[in-house]
Design a protein around this ligand. Structure first.
Ligand code: SAH
Length: 463
């Protein structure tokens, strides 16, 4: 990031000239690009090697004159002779952006590979490093674009004033979203009835009045952008507001719309952190204002995410909601360590539990489950890891039961520790900072934890 040496912009050329100095193949290539625009394209060369008469360009077969640049927006030089030199000088002295074909260090700008679906344009640039790759990327993008995307954009543009008169803010955006994604609108457009259809859809939206809000409880997964569901990604893009916890990394929050409001409600040192009641009230208020709210939670929203309370508040206020599952930390931890948390003849079940605030009754149950071979995944237990392990042993679990800890599961920076219940209980284990899953159970011995064979070793090791 922050390393582009060029800045892509859409540069206005309407009513201006694009001047190309040169009369050969290179001039023709640039002319083909330039005529995609409404600029008047002028080609100047003392000797034309190519017949440009098929192109909508003005051909001046004579030496270049500095005044040729009057009213020019851009200059291309594809002439290595004196005309080319004169044109470079003239362009520089007038401050007109200059491209000298195949001489990068003399260029003020480069020409990207362009997909032209006017008024939509897509430019793929590689700063000259990989034009072939840029062309391949272009072909891929073209393959997924509807051939009508330009016409749809023009239709949206033509509706601007009418929309502004009846809809504003999020409601207007919703209208445009339907306009440009609806198969019916596209079908009408193909029949030549795009404008009528666009107005009919607008009338529908206007009659709805204030659109109802919705809250999406979205699982963000354990913290890597690519462990998000496609649905989560799509809804994040649609949300007007993103309400997220501290545990959801910026990279995931950044997948939302750039102009979406972001509210961090998680605990953060030195900042006000919201109480659960405040979060509930916030969601109800935003939903009530007609906003589309992405309530982004780490892992899966239904697992230790206090989703129950948020849902109850939303139901009580009559606000629509939808839940999008995510990869919970324990499953990410199982994958990270190749641990089959259920395993024939070893582990007949998998228990997600929290070690935080557990009472003896609960610990007794878990001790029995772990002794029966089930795998425990303990959440929110890092700070009480040693006493929890000791209490499990106190309730009858064997100190030899394998234990594994995964910190920052599902992220590149994850850290693994493994040992036994006894070694964890000894309290000598220093666990790294970050959220952790503590696995307890015989299945841990079947994972690919480094040196997992020697599980009776009384020491934890960083794998
Ligand atoms: N809804 C989340 C859990 C939130 S509770 C989920 O489904 O994963 C917070 C606890 O989750 C943390 O204390 C830790 O135990 C666990 N956790 C969350 N993200 C984690 C991660 N990337 N690696 C390990 N544990 C994590």
């Amino acid at each position: 990031m922050g390393e582009l040496k060029t800045f892509p912009v859409s540069y206005k050329v309407e009513g201006k000239r694009i001047v190309i100095v040169g009369g050969g193949d290179e001039a023709l290539n640039k002319a083909r690009l330039a005529i995609k625009t409404t600029a008047s394209v002028v080609i100047i060369a003392a000797h034309m090697e190519i017949d440009f008469s098929e192109l909508p360009v003005t051909v001046l077969e004579r030496p270049f004159e500095p005044d040729d640049l009057i009213g020019a927006a851009l200059v291309f030089v594809a002439d290595e002779g004196p005309d080319g030199e004169a044109a470079k000088l003239a362009a520089r002295s007038r401050g007109i952006p200059l491209n000298v074909v195949d001489v990068p260090h003399e260029c003020d700008f480069y020409t990207p590979s362009i997909i032209d679906r006017a008024p939509i344009s897509i430019a793929i640039a590689s700063e000259g490093d990989a034009p072939v790759l840029a062309r391949l990327i272009r072909a891929r993008i073209e393959a997924v674009l509807s051939p009508h995307v330009g016409a749809l954009a023009a239709l949206a543009g033509a509706m601007r004033d009418k929309v502004a008169a009846v809809l504003e803010g999020a409601a207007a955006r919703r209208y445009y979203e339907e306009l440009v994604t609806s198969p019916e609108v596209e079908a009408a457009l193909i029949r030549g009835q795009g404008a009528e259809k666009a107005e009919a859809v607008l009338a529908q939206h206007a009659s709805l009045g204030k659109a109802p809000g919705v809250v999406w409880l979205i699982g963000a997964g354990p913290g890597s952008e690519d462990l998000l569901t496609l649905r989560a990604q799509r809804l994040l893009q649609e949300a007007d507001v993103i309400v997220h916890d501290q545990l959801v990394p910026t990279a995931v929050v950044d997948m939302g719309r750039r102009d979406a409001e972001r509210i961090l409600v998680g605990k953060q040192k030195g900042h006000h952190s919201f109480t659960q009641a405040e979060i509930n009230a916030l969601l109800v208020r935003l939903g009530g204002e007609g906003k589309r709210v992405a309530r982004l939670k780490s892992g899966d929203p239904m697992i230790f995410g206090r989703a129950g309370e948020e849902l109850e508040a939303l139901r009580g206020a009559g606000i629509a909601y939808q839940i999008v599952p995510g990869i919970t930390a324990a499953l990410a931890a199982a994958s990270d360590t190749a641990t089959p948390v259920t395993l024939r003849k070893v582990s007949t079940g998998f228990v997600l539990a929290t070690a935080h605030g557990a009472n003896s009754e609960e610990l007794k149950h878990w001790a029995a489950l772990a002794s029966a071979g089930l795998t425990l995944a303990l959440y929110m237990g890092k700070s009480v890891a040693a006493p929890t392990a000791a209490r499990l042993i106190g309730e009858g679990a064997s100190p030899l039961i394998p234990v594994g800890v995964v910190i920052r599961a599902g992220r590149k920076t994850r850290k693994l520790y493994r040992g036994t219940l006894g070694s964890l209980a000894s309290g000598q284990v220093e666990l790294d900072d970050g959220p952790a899953i503590i696995f307890v159970g015989n299945s841990i011995a079947h994972g690919d934890w480094e040196a997992a064979v020697n599980l009776a070793v009384q020491e934890f090791r960083v794998a």
